[in-house]
Design a binder for this molecule. Structure first.
Ligand SMILES: [Zn+2]
Length: 292
């Protein structure tokens, strides 16, 4: 419409020009027919400005699974690629001297996981998810964003000591799946025939363990045990403080059993072949390294 043309409100206006007469007749009161009114507003305001294409997203399989409040198990998560805002937030966190894998995972999952089963991925739900499922989602987001190849310029061979350049195929990393994902507790045999029933570590407990990032290993283990130990010899345990009363050996047994039972990518045993000496060895790779 040229500026010299007289404005005629009876003629359907082009997008973005408000026509005061559109609410006439059957559409007099938008509160009476909100759906129709919405449709009109949508048409009027549908801008010529292009919408940004939405980022590629994908569904992924959870090696454990999320058991919701109704007791239903969900093993599918909907994730999306990392965008510029996520990248900035992650870079800020990576610069933190007390950076930890769990913290960066937490940050990215809150941004890039859209749904868990039919549920919107709220911080609450993500916090209730198993640590191993969270690692799996993090890895899947990495692969969705950059592809499966992880190029490393200087990989240190632990057999010959030389550095070599390599491409690790992230798809080939093994994954431990739970036999019975509905049961997310394990029984741990302790000394003197005692038994501890322990819930597997979830995201919220992981974050509680880390705290400000200055805790010692044993302090972290105490927090994990206090949060996850559900029963001792079948009897409910008091919520806090039990971890410090347990023997060091029992604490170790519990924390070992807890980490062995976690599902998820086997980041501790990634097989890489050295191009210098030709030998294959298993390496422990941090999820954070995949994003640096
Ligand atoms: Zn080598």
């Amino acid at each position: 419409m040229s500026l010299s043309q007289p404005f005629n409100p009876k003629v359907h206006p082009q997008a973005g020009v408000f026509d005061p007469n559109v609410f006439e007749g059957s559409l007099m009161d938008p509160t009476e027919n909100p759906e129709q009114a919405n449709q009109i507003v949508r048409e009027l305001t549908s801008p010529d400005v292009p919408l940004m294409p939405s980022l590629p997203s994908d569904k992924m399989f959870l090696p454990g699974g999320y058991v919701d409040q109704d007791g239903e198990l969900h093993q599918e998560a909907h994730i999306r690629e990392i965008n510029g805002a996520d990248e900035e937030a992650m870079a800020r966190e990576l610069r933190n001297p007390n950076v930890s894998v769990a913290k960066v995972v937490d940050l990215l999952l809150k941004r890039c996981v859209l749904e868990v089963g039919p549920h919107r991925a709220t911080p609450q739900i993500l916090g209730e998810m198993l640590a191993g499922d969270r690692a799996s989602m993090m890895l899947a987001i990495r692969v969705l964003t950059f592809g499966s190849d992880w190029e490393v310029e200087e990989f240190p061979c632990r057999l010959c000591g030389k550095n070599f350049g390599t491409v690790v195929e992230l798809d080939s990393i093994g994954e431990k799946r739970m036999d019975n994902p509905r049961v997310q507790e394990i029984d741990v045999r302790l000394r003197n025939n005692h038994t501890a029933t322990v819930a597997l570590l979830d995201g919220a407990s992981q974050m509680a363990m880390i705290g400000d990032g200055n805790r010692t290993g044993p302090e972290e283990i105490s927090i994990a045990i206090d949060r996850c130990l559900k029963r001792y010899d079948g009897k409910p345990v008091p919520l806090n403080g039990i971890a410090q009363t347990l023997s060091m050996a029992d604490r170790r047994a519990i924390s070992t059993a807890m980490s062995e039972a976690q599902p998820g990518p086997k980041m501790e045993e990634v097989m890489v072949t050295c191009t210098e000496c030709g030998q294959e060895a298993s390496y422990s790779i941090s999820l954070l390294d995949l994003f640096r």
